[in-house]
Design a protein around this ligand. Structure first.
Ligand code: ADP
Length: 574
């Protein structure tokens, strides 16, 4: 955890320093604003002593002019400050969001197995929000506040050193309280990010799984989980509110104490009315930024807490850092060999044991076996989504572990059971792996996957929007869109997870036809459920407990009357 705690030095180097010019201008503006801000309190003394008491009215227009100019300067600098810094802060937020999203996309599939999508959404969108306080007005206000306070102290000392000392004492106590409070609040803010992510994550899952929830009448349970989550969030906010309100009220109390004290002391030190008023005004000008600093401090603490959590993601190692996978391969034949491949998701729990086989270029390898036997895992390793714990996979004789993922995956196509379609038109969904494809290529793919068979019946054809607002596609139609997409991508290696659900016979025959076209000439790994696919396969691997129990062609395996024969005879579908 400590490794993910971002240090002030790091933040300074990566966020503050690159923007030093802008922040310097901001600081300059704050300085001008603060100096202008000191004019009104300074004016109180001549106003009291010369104009009100001595009735020297000639000085009044000059004095008022100075005060008006000062107020004008204050407003203009404030406006420019916000424009400059707040806009820069928002730009930084969008840059950070893109950076975190980019890093997320380069993380291995395994990372996503253990994360809730909604929680990740919250981390990309919310955790970086806090930096607006770092680059925005927060940081410069903090520095500007310190400067104003320092200058005010000089004025105060000039009027009365003893009274100043009296004011500084409670202020120092306040400073200590504030520092302590922030060290308490930072972990609270960190925790808040986590709770928000958890609650958002669960809510996203709830909304995605509405059919299952309603189907099992599980609404009360989901309501309870959510209620607990938001209550936990409330408790967290309450904790930080208690700390911040303690800081604010102790500030008010100490300021009050100082005022009472200087009232008493002003009589003792024989101040003029002007001196007293000026002292009080400067005191306010010294204290106000200090109290304000406690607010800014809590903003900065929030920023740090968010960055801590962002850092957690940024520190997660990416799939391909370019140091090991240095082999950029050109067009492959697709000769894929597993040599004694073993794999475990959790340490010590082997899921694959010494799997060895060869998938020749352009051949179809059908993986069959009971659920949980390891078929998906083998396909995942062939797709380079998972890396063997021991053993080796070679592609055209080259160790897959050394091949740059980009160069391999650009030659890989994946068609999964309930294939993932975006909300958008059917055309967009098919073009997704190859947006630059020509119209002719697109039409070829559409025809080969028999997508036109149903799109021709839609009014908008390929432009039909699928998803939330558009037409819903049947399981078979979704599959055909996914197949068209894979045909268009024209991969050398294909991973196919056949749908287990029963399709109507017509859809079934269209899909069989289009799959045949898709598999032609490509090294295909198919998690097979259809007999027709299995019969056509060049080799069938019967997987049992993470091992190859049998291997061969359909007829040979039937003749051998072994495990495949049993599976085939006793189970309608494999
Ligand atoms: P199949 O595709 O044949 O149904 P899988 O390859 O999906 O089998 O799973 C093989 C074994 O690995 C199963 O025991 C399963 O529980 C386990 N497994 C699969 N995915 C994960 C995962 N992400 N984390 C931990 N264990 C997993």
């Amino acid at each position: 955890m400590s490794k993910n705690k971002i240090s002030i030095g790091q933040v300074f180097k990566t966020i503050v320093w690159p923007r030093r010019n802008l922040l310097f201008i901001g600081l300059l503006l704050i300085f001008i604003r603060s100096a202008a801000g000191l004019v009104p309190p300074w004016a109180t003394k001549p106003f009291m002593d010369d104009i009100l008491v001595k009735k020297d009215l000639d000085k009044l227009p000059m004095l008022l002019t100075w005060v008006v100019i000062a107020i004008l300067i204050q407003s203009i600098t404030s406006f420019i400050l916000t424009k400059l810094l707040s806009v820069e802060a928002q730009l930084l937020i969008s840059e950070l969001r893109s950076k975190v999203q980019k890093h997320l996309l380069s993380l291995p599939i395994r990372f996503f197995d253990n994360q809730k999508a909604g929680a990740l959404v919250s981390r990309v969108m919310n955790d970086v929000e806090g930096v607006r306080n770092l680059v925005g007005t927060g940081l410069v206000q903090l520095v500007g506040g310190i400067l104003t306070a320092l200058v005010s102290i000089i004025f105060l000392i000039k009027i009365s050193p003893w009274m100043t000392l009296f004011v500084l004492l409670p202020m120092s106590v306040f400073g200590l309280i504030t520092l302590k409070a922030f060290s308490i609040i930072r972990p609270v803010f960190r925790e808040r990010g986590k709770i928000t992510a958890d609650v958002t994550g669960r809510l996203t899952e709830t909304l995605n799984g509405m059919r299952v929830i309603k189907g099992f009448n599980a609404e009360p349970q989901e309501i309870k989980v959510f209620e607990e989550g938001v209550y936990k969030l409330f408790l967290n906010v309450k904790k930080s509110l208690t700390s911040t309100s303690f800081v604010t009220s102790s500030g008010t109390f100490l300021v009050g104490l100082a005022s009472v004290g200087i009232m008493a002391l002003s009589g003792y030190f024989n101040l003029t009315a002007g001196d007293f008023l000026q002292f009080t005004m400067f005191m306010v000008f010294m204290i106000a930024p200090i109290v304000q600093m406690s607010n800014i401090g809590s903003q900065l603490t929030e920023a740090f807490a968010g960055l801590d959590r962002t850092e957690e993601i940024m520190n997660t190692p990416i799939e391909d850092d370019g140091t090991i996978r240095t082999n950029k391969i050109g067009l492959i034949n697709g000769d894929i060999v597993f040599k004694n491949v073993s794999f475990a998701y959790e340490e010590g729990k082997m899921v694959l044991n010494n799997v060895s086989f060869e998938a020749r270029p352009g051949s179809v390898t059908a993986l069959v076996g009971t659920s949980g036997s390891g078929k998906t895992t083998i396909a995942g390793i062939a797709a380079s989504f998972l890396n063997p714990v021991s053993g080796q996979v070679t592609v055209d004789g080259i160790d897959l572990a050394t091949i740059s993922l980009g160069s391999y995956r650009s030659q890989l196509g994946v068609v999964l059971q309930d294939d993932f379609l975006f909300e958008g038109t059917i055309r967009e969904n098919i073009l997704f792996p190859k947006p630059t494809a020509t119209e002719a290529e697109l039409i070829d793919a559409v025809k080969a996957a028999y997508v036109d068979e149903f799109t021709s019946r839609f009014e908008a054809g390929l432009e039909t929007v699928i998803g939330e607002r558009g037409v819903k596609l049947s399981g078979g139609q979704r599959q055909r869109v996914a197949i068209a997409r894979a045909i268009l991508a024209n991969p050398r290696v294909l991973i196919l997870d056949e749908a287990t659900s029963n399709l109507d016979t017509e859809s079934e025959s269209f899909i069989q036809e289009s799959l045949r076209t898709l598999m032609m000439g490509r090294t295909t790994f198919v998690i097979a459920h259809r007999l027709s696919t299995i019969r056509q396969a060049d080799q069938i691997l019967v997987i049992e407990n993470g091992q190859i129990a049998e291997c061969g062609k359909h007829e040979d395996l039937i003749a051998a009357k072994g495990r495949y024969f049993n599976l085939y005879t006793y189970q309608a579908r494999i």
